[in-house]
Ligand binder design. Structure first.
Ligand code: SF4
Ligand code: SF4
Length: 409
């Protein structure tokens, strides 16, 4: 029986890019690799690096690797490209890498653990950290692991493509994660409009007594971590993993490969083209769309999905491990003149019973105490408020800015 949430939204299947196989990206000329606030570079301007060389650490201490060989041009703060209230600065140390056009074999590959089940959970957790994916060096126990195979936000279709193209690898990755977290149960959630994937995964999992498939109604935002966990009441502890992360973990443990790429759905609404592409981390939007976007005035560039993605005014924003969609849309609406009419639509649809229009105003005035009291921290960032707003106000964008300000930038 399929599980469902109350409320939510059914997107038409044509909004997604399910049918396009995963392609590899063309080689870019340069990469822009942010280490974020507090990150540290281990290279200097002028250094030559091989693909898979460690070039720094991000703000959480995770190693960051060069996706391709090249020469470090600069190491400096990335300009602030996100519109936000004044006096809030977001320095992000960034490595600018000129990519070499010569083909190099990677010089450093981590030791492969093809017989991962013979390793301790500490070994596996350390390897996942070493590969730059997540800090699991002291992995917590989790009775249940939920593997999120839902693609519910257009045009993002990566999970469906991974399920279709590499199900065996995903199952290996799931087993690794269950060993790491000492989990007794694993659940793969797949949406009910993908019956062939459900059947195939069930057939592949017949010998895995502790991993099973759960079917969900394809309603947005059902795939949100906290809503997914609500479907499994009674679990003492649970964690949700996306399938791209499971795939990366499998690559790191079994093949010894660090994380250097991200599977993204790229959608150019101006030409009607879309694709699922494995992109090197650090490639920017201008390189992905292969156009000089500075000449285009009436377009909107988004990193992420249509609902939860972040809009940027610069095509220089790079793909990071959090990016799952890259979108270029027509934008012929004048946002500045669109004022809130207090219609209440945004509050009516909010699955967390918040008042997004009040949050918008409070963040705009920089009143951190006020918007924390209004419950900004409870927002799922599902974007339904922005979606229904008749005045097309950037509610979610403002809420995200407020959350970043609450964390102190
Ligand atoms: S306020 Fe947050 S949870 Fe509520 S609709 Fe907007 S984005 Fe979703
Ligand atoms: S939906 Fe838009 S116009 Fe209506 S109350 Fe919310 S912000 Fe204001």
């Amino acid at each position: 029986m399929k599980k469902s949430i109350t409320g939510g939204w059914h997107w038409p299947a044509k909004m997604f890019c399910y049918k396009k196989p995963i392609e590899n990206s063309d080689r870019p000329d340069f990469l822009t690799i942010p280490l974020w606030r507090g990150g540290k570079a281990s290279v200097f301007p002028g250094d030559w690096v091989h693909a898979y060389d460690a070039i720094g650490y991000d703000s959480k201490g995770l190693p960051v690797y060069a996706p391709l060989a090249g020469q470090v041009e600069r190491v400096e703060d990335f300009p602030d490209l996100v519109a936000r209230p004044r006096n809030f600065d977001f320095p992000r140390l960034t490595i600018y890498l000129q990519v070499s056009q010569a083909q190099h074999q990677p010089s450093v590959v981590l030791e492969a653990f093809p017989r991962f089940w013979e390793r301790t959970r500490g070994d596996l957790g350390h390897r996942i950290w070493e590969a730059g994916i997540r800090d699991l060096q002291e992995p917590p126990d989790a009775e249940l692991l939920i593997f999120n195979g839902l693609n519910l936000e257009p045009p993002v279709s990566g999970s469906i493509r991974l399920l279709r193209e590499t199900p065996e690898s995903l199952i290996e990755g799931m087993r690794i994660m269950m060993q790491v977290h000492r989990s007794v149960r694993g659940r793969v959630v797949i949406s009910s409009d993908m019956p062939d994937l459900i059947e195939r995964m069930r057939a592949l999992l017949t010998s895995a007594v502790n991993i099973s498939v759960d079917i969900m109604d394809p309603k947005y935002p059902q795939g949100h971590d906290s809503l997914l966990k609500d479907n499994f009441p009674g679990s003492q502890s649970s964690r949700v993993y996306g399938l791209e992360e499971v795939w990366n973990i499998r690559q790191a443990v079994i093949e010894g490969l660090p994380m250097v790429s991200k599977l993204c759905t790229v959608w150019d609404q101006t030409s009607g083209q879309s694709a699922n592409i494995r992109l090197p981390l650090g490639i920017n939007m201008e390189q992905i769309f292969k156009r000089d976007l500075s000449r285009y005035r009436k377009i909107k560039l988004i990193l992420g999905g249509l609902m939860t993605g972040q809009s940027y005014y610069s095509p220089k924003m790079p793909v990071t491990p959090d990016t799952d969609g890259v979108i270029m849309m027509k934008d012929d609406v004048s946002w500045e003149n669109n004022l809130c009419s207090n219609c209440g639509e945004c509050a009516n649809i909010c699955p967390r019973n918040l008042s997004p229009h009040c949050l918008y105003a409070a963040v705009g005035s920089g009143e951190i105490k006020k918007y924390s009291a209004l419950g900004l921290g409870k927002c799922l960032e599902c974007g339904l408020c922005s979606f229904v707003c008749p005045s097309r106000i950037h509610l979610l964008h403002q809420i995200k800015v407020g959350k970043t300000m609450m964390k102190g930038g």
